[in-house]
Ligand binder design. Sequence first.
Ligand SMILES: [Zn+2]
Length: 259
Amino acid sequence: MTAPISSFSSGGLLDRVKRRLTRLQARRPVDCAQGRYLVSFSFDDFPRSAATNGAAILEEFGWRGTYYASAAFENGTNHLGELFTAADIARLTARGHEIGCHTEGHINCAVNAPVVVQRDVRRNQRRLRALGAPTPRSFAFPFGEASAAAKTVLGRHYACLRGISRTVNRRHSDANQLGAVALEGDAGDAALALSFVDNLASAPGWLIFFTHDVRENPGEWGCTPGLLRRVCKAVHKAGFEVMPVGEAFAALQPMEKAA
Ligand SMILES: [Zn+2]
């Protein structure tokens, strides 16, 4: 899961200050407002329902998503439902979806030593490659929790790192902690996500959505197929470009160099 910290349920004032400081540290500046309107859909952990229901909805629109996998969750079951299998990785990869990296054991990058985080993600990369996934290009912080040291270390392993700061990525963004907006609940909870679709329409940028399970009775951090489809329809109507996180980030690089 990624979301518990988004509500700062475990956080007092000190934790909130630390998180704010971390967002200002170990930054890798990237300009995400280069004239394009980009959207990415991502699924953390990831449950089978994201690989089946979630992928099917994106594919209805001709799009592909990003799946942030913790290898330790393979064949597991938890509050998100059944978790991914090797067959899910193979099918998603064959259909052009991106397999990204979470930590192997879903460890929290803010409270583990950088060397522990580094070992963990190396194991995760090895296990995901063994399952047939290409070398992951992007990473998502479990629980959305980062530290300056983890950002520095992980920034060397991945093209970009995704956090959970609720924002559209624009001119002065951080490739080591990209913002992302949660998709949670059912179609009746679409207002927040749709407000960010409207926000993106106001100026070029890169809007990344994330969720977990995609099923009729989702867990606290997941959404229904109805919510995902409703947001997809709004994105489609707006005419934005939709691509996996790694691909969108790569699309921004040549423009940066040419600038
Ligand atoms: Zn997670």
